[in-house]
Design a protein. Structure first.
Lengths: 246, 959
């Protein structure tokens, strides 16, 4: 079995804002196109033009309908990729050491040269965040774009995960959670960032920001003055308003 | 085992070169950085496509479609050679031919028509981004039968906006994302202004600004909206006018703005039975009159220092009576018909919610006004010390426009914006250059047709009254094959592409000889009644000849429409071509900056596949034009004037000094907007990342409809040649002129069959009437609405050939509201029959609650004909995917008058896709159900698609 580092120097990860994500799949596809030619290339697609196309995507969006008793039903778009857990069960279960967590930044990676495709890590991951590549038959997963974030061949401002760089709504943020002053730590503090399924004891690094409360159709107006007819009737109001204009 | 013995390359090589061009994965036109890296064969291969951070549209971001560009570029559905039909139409049987033969054939077919009767060519383009070229080409050819796809897309939105205030949403304007205090978004096709809206919503969320979504379906933007108004389809106009009712009642409108910038004070003649009843009272110079409250006399609305009356009967110099527009308007909308309670049943929006939303709008507009400390001078010469804004903004697109009441609904929304004073002010709606461009700055439509001669002017435009209709000598019969600018659809500024094939098939008003189309999937998802259109395209006369004798089609991919062509001209992919996103066409400017852009061949087609022999359609069109000897396309010796589209982009001048591209004009590229052609222009674009941008001066940033600094700058940049008056038309006089004709006035009157419809719908003030399809049907028989939504990760039919995108949307269920499921005994996974007045389809069902209770919906254009787009015949798109199009007819249900009216807006002719009414029944259980109708598989001569993709395997970073 593979061991986890006792601590990591940094805790790099993502904040995903569920109040802003419109479920457009930009992050899903940009991740695919970056990573199919990057670390762990390729992300294979089987039967791509056939009746059952299936490929590996390191990031997927799930859409849920929420139907509360006391408010209209709504839709939540939920992007999901590896959460780079501090207590990553996918690592400790790996029989070959292919799955590992980096001590310097906390990124969980698969060393494909050591992966035997046994799939134990996918069983162990409570989030379903691992992808058995249907073509290469080894395990693929989010690398937090380890081949971008330190890459001196691309401009400094682009050294962030592809999903973050491409997100049109700005719903994804990348940073170091071990630094309380970082952008991601501040967002989590300000917006009540949450762990996904904390009861699983995985201590995920990635955090989700919850949707803001919605206005219900039957909410009372804060003030009704704007709805009250002008006391002198509309035409009377018009006369006075025109007088004020001179 | 620990983690630290694994070496990971920190700085792997990414690409050999980055080329910057313009995306074409949808209509949004973002800037992209295309990373190229040599493949195993030593040829350049696309490694990665990302958003261009400097680009005005997308500022670096890129959506799912844009990010899937690699799979589009290398799609196995790409056409590679010109094709000549060998089987029956629709079969997909062709033989490959050389370009020389293809061009000679096209020239022969087209040349014969031009010499004999040019109108026998119908040239219509679909998702065309080069309409200023294609329209000009058709004009030089001399056929009156040209339009692009606006008529079945969003012409109501464009025409409603331009007629009302000289702008519209998307390409002509956008919300002031940085300053708005409240945002309301109505039904939007996600591929229109795709990334800017997502970026804008993200910015509003960041700023804590409330977003209100008005849409029957609570997905996408509506899912993140802070409040959802789950409106019943086709009733948006009623909801908007109820908001207007509330705002008027409470006196929460901007009177100063109305007096300064609108025709609210203009006097309307009251003289029943006269030929000018309801028109504006004018002086001898033709200038509309207002009544000055201080001077107590009628004065020209153009006078400065006016203190106009907004109510009261006025006696005109000729002794007749007139009243200001504003009084008519107030009386109309204060009527109880528009009270929130009165409309609640129809709209499905409670009176309490409507009333509260009106209050929130008023509060944002008038209690949270936004001020920009920037002096400016208006067109009447008055100096203003600051720019004061009413920070409420709106956006809308097809959801409100694709109804038979769409034009009036779009007008109603603009009325609301204008009453609030929120057009082109800080925090409101902002024009994008070259807009504003009101009717006074717009062309009129041109018709007529003479053998061998060009048309006298552009086909499409904005007519001002019945006298400008394009009718044959009898004053009734349309000149155009699509019946545009006829009594059927008088103000059809974008034509009626959805009527072309059925009219050509029926020979109404005449048969045609050649149908020439570009990028328009008319035998499938771009037509109503797709099965019927397929039959029309392959129907033969008694002699065994096709009723539409010749069909030429250009597309880059093996779409469903390819199978119906006689001659196929293979287009390039978007990475292999030149294009200009021109200010003469559909611009990409943002409010702060005028912008245009190019595409250029970032890869050479010859290196992108064995035997690949394709040409950009625009270059082919210019080549054909030269072969046909069309004016403007040959020189004095009859030789081609342009080598290709790139040559045209640089050297064509529409007016002296003004050409397709605005940047780096003049001999050394030293002038912008106006200037002589610059041979190095395209290189300058390439060096600048594929686009040109010129910032609007600070003084001209707002109130462009009345801003002297804007007008001066627009003239300097070549956007207009002189000052253009732009008074917002709350009361739209051209509509009243059509009503007068219908009432029996004037030389040109509609046929009796059309009179009542024109009287009822051409109200000069925005009005709501029930969508036509529902009115012709029993509500018991067809109680529900069925509509489509655009998935954010798919662009029409284009996406399905894309190996990555089809894994996201490979089939489409019908989402049915829970209560309807309960009533019909449906549960998830069941199959159902959906039945309209025209047809029935069998579809898979998914239950959903977050949707208007009377409305079922599905994703647009996922369903495919078997065998099309290089997909397996058993692809989920073909077997479980489906189109609502089979339920929608291009004609309305028969009425007592015996006529079959077009299923369109009566004013603009916009296709009324979303008027569809249906019922639903559970289908019999089957072991392997497939969606119905099914069609025989379409053949192709393409190479077998790969069974595995391992894209990028050669670039794997060695660990």
């Amino acid at each position: 079995m593979t061991s986890l580092p006792p601590a990591t120097e940094k805790a790099l990860g993502l904040v995903i804002d569920l109040d802003t994500c419109v479920g457009c799949h930009a992050c899903v596809v940009n991740c695919k196109e970056w990573n199919t030619g990057g670390y762990g290339a390729p992300l294979g697609d089987l039967d791509p033009y056939g009746d059952e196309p299936v490929g590996s995507f390191l990031n997927r969006i799930h859409t849920f309908e929420v139907s509360p008793d006391d408010a209209p039903a709504s839709i939540v778009h939920f992007p999901k990729s590896c959460l780079h857990c501090a207590d990553a069960p996918c690592v400790t279960v790996c029989p070959t050491g292919a799955s590992y967590k980096r001590s310097e930044d906390g990124i969980v990676l698969v060393d494909e040269s050591m992966c035997i495709g046994c799939g134990l890590c996918a069983w162990a991951c409570p989030y379903g965040a691992r992808e058995m590549d249907p073509v290469e038959n080894v395990m693929k997963k989010c690398t937090l774009c380890v081949d971008r974030i330190y890459n001196e061949n691309i401009p400094k401002e682009d050294r962030e995960p592809a999903c973050v760089r491409t997100c049109p709504a700005g719903a994804r943020h990348f940073g170091d959670f071990s630094d309380p002053a970082s952008n991601v730590s501040r967002l989590v503090a300000e917006r009540g960032g949450m762990d996904l399924m904390p009861e699983m004891g995985t201590a995920p690094v990635n955090k989700y920001l919850p949707p803001r409360p919605k206005t219900r159709p039957d909410t009372a107006a804060a003030s009704t003055s704007a709805n009250e007819p002008a006391p002198e009737g509309f035409l009377g109001w018009l006369d006075r308003a025109l007088e004020r204009l001179g | 085992m620990g983690g630290d013995r694994h070496d990971v390359e920190r700085s792997p090589h990414v690409s050999d070169e980055i080329r910057k061009t313009t995306c074409y994965m949808c209509a949004c036109r973002c800037g992209i950085n295309v990373h190229l890296r040599n493949g195993p064969d030593g040829r350049p291969k696309v490694r990665y496509i990302e958003g261009n951070r400097d680009h005005p549209i997308n500022r670096g971001v890129l959506c799912a479609k844009g990010s899937a560009g690699i799979m589009q570029h290398y799609s196995p559905a790409r056409l590679n050679k010109p094709l000549l039909r060998t089987g029956e139409r629709g079969s997909g049987e062709f033989r490959e031919i050389e370009w020389a033969e293809a061009l000679a054939l096209a020239t022969e077919w087209l040349g014969e028509v031009r010499e004999r009767d040019p109108k026998k060519l119908a040239f219509f383009t679909g998702r065309d981004q080069s309409q200023s070229l294609t329209g000009w080409w058709a004009q030089q050819f001399g056929t009156p039968n040209f339009a692009a796809h606006g008529g079945f897309c969003s012409v109501n939105m464009a025409a409603g906006g331009i007629y009302t205030f000289g702008g519209a949403f998307w390409e002509f304007g956008s919300p002031d994302w940085e300053k708005t205090e409240l945002f309301m978004i109505f039904g939007v096709a996600e591929d229109h202004d795709s990334n800017p809206i997502k970026m804008g919503l993200g910015r509003l969320k960041e700023r804590g600004i409330k977003v209100i979504g008005v849409n029957p379906v609570r997905t996408g933007y509506n899912a993140v909206a802070d409040e959802w108004v789950g409106i019943t389809p086709g009733t948006d106009g009623l909801f908007i006018l109820a908001l207007v009712h509330e705002l008027l009642k409470a006196g929460r409108i901007d009177l100063d703005y109305l007096i300064r910038y609108t025709n609210a004070p203009w006097l309307v003649i009251e003289d029943e039975d006269s030929a000018d009843h309801g028109l504006f009272a004018r002086n001898e110079a033709g200038e509309p009159l207002v009544f000055d409250r201080h001077k107590q006399e009628c004065l020209s609305s153009k006078s400065s220092g006016l203190k106009p009356a907004l109510k009261g009967a006025v006696t005109l110099p000729d002794g007749r009576t007139a009243r200001p527009v504003f009084e008519l308007l107030a009386k109309k909308y204060l009527g109880e018909d528009y009270a929130p309670e009165a409309v609640a049943r129809e709209t499905g929006v409670s009176a309490a919610q409507t009333r509260r939303l009106a209050a929130e709008i008023a509060d944002a507009a008038f209690e949270r006004e936004v001020v920009v400390e920037q002096p400016w001078t208006d067109m009447k010469g008055e100096r203003h010390e600051r720019m004061v804004g009413r920070p409420v903004s709106f956006h809308a697109m097809r959801g409100i426009s694709a109804h038979s009441n769409g034009f009036q609904t779009c007008r109603a929304l603009h009325l609301l914006q204008i009453l609030l004073g929120s057009i082109d002010c800080p925090g409101g709606f902002r024009f994008k250059p070259p807009y504003p461009r009101p009717i006074d700055g717009q062309p009129r439509p041109h018709g007529g047709c003479k053998p061998g001669e060009p048309l006298p002017g552009p086909h499409l435009g904005f007519l001002r009254g019945p006298e400008e209709l394009l009718l044959q000598e009898d004053g009734v019969t349309p000149q155009r094959i699509d019946h545009a600018f006829s009594w059927d659809a008088p103000m059809s500024s974008h034509g009626l592409m959805h009527m072309v094939i059925s009219n050509a098939h029926a020979g109404d008003p005449y048969p045609i000889d050649v149908l020439f189309m570009y990028m328009a999937n008319m035998s499938w998802n771009s037509s109503m009644n797709s099965g019927g259109v397929m039959e029309m395209l392959s129907d033969k006369d008694a002699d065994g000849n096709y009723r539409i004798p010749r069909i030429i089609y250009s597309d880059a991919y093996n779409s469903e429409m390819v199978a119906y062509a006689d001659l196929v001209l293979p287009d390039t992919t978007y990475l292999e071509r030149h294009d200009c996103i021109s200010l003469l066409d559909r611009p990409i400017s943002e409010p702060e900056a005028l912008a245009d852009s190019i595409r250029w061949p970032v890869v050479d087609p010859a290196t992108q596949g064995e035997g690949r022999d394709v040409r950009g359609f625009q270059s082919v069109l210019l080549d054909l034009g030269a072969r046909l000897g069309l004016p403007g396309m040959i020189d004095g010796n009859g030789d081609p004037l342009y080598a290709d589209y790139a040559d045209y982009m640089v050297n064509h001048q529409r007016r002296p000094g003004v050409g397709p591209l605005a940047g780096w004009r003049g001999k050394n590229g030293g002038t912008h907007g106006r200037g002589d052609p610059n041979p190095g222009q395209i290189n300058r674009y390439i060096e600048n990342g594929g686009f040109f941008e010129a910032h609007v001066p600070e003084e001209a940033q707002y109130f462009k409809h009345a801003n002297r600094a804007w007008s001066d700058w627009a003239i300097e940049m070549g956007l207009q040649d002189g000052a253009v008056e732009n008074v917002f038309q709350l009361y739209l006089e051209p509509l009243r002129k059509f009503q007068l004709a219908a009432e029996g006035h004037g030389d040109r009157q509609p046929p009796d069959s059309h009179r009542e419809r024109i009287k009822a719908t051409f109200d000069p003030l925005p009005v709501w009437y029930a969508p036509f399809e529902g009115e012709g049907l029993s509500k018991d028989e067809f109680p529900y609405h069925a509509i489509t939504q655009r998935p954010a990760a798919m662009y029409h039919s284009w996406g399905s050939q894309n190996a990555w995108l089809r894994q996201i949307h490979g089939s489409n269920p019908l989402y049915v509201p829970g209560p309807i499921c309960d009533e019909a005994g449906l549960k998830d996974g069941d199959w159902a029959w959906v039945i309209s007045h025209h047809g029935r389809i069998k579809v898979p069902v998914r239950r959903m609650e977050a949707v208007n209770g009377k409305t079922m919906w599905t994703w647009n254009a996922i369903g495919k004909r078997p065998g099309a787009w290089a997909l397996d015949e058993n692809a989920p798109e073909a077997k479980r995917g489906f189109l609502l199009n089979h339920l929608i007819h291009e004609l309305l249900p028969p009425k007592a008058d015996g006529l079959r009216w077009s299923n369109s807006d009566p004013i603009t002719g916009q296709a009324a896709w979303f008027d569809l009414r249906v019922r639903i029944e559970k289908a019999e259980a089957e072991e392997h159900p497939v969606s119905l109708p099914q069609f025989p598989p379409q053949k192709d001569g393409l190479a077998e698609p790969p069974s595995v993709i391992a894209y990028g395997e050669e670039w794997e970073a060695k660990q």
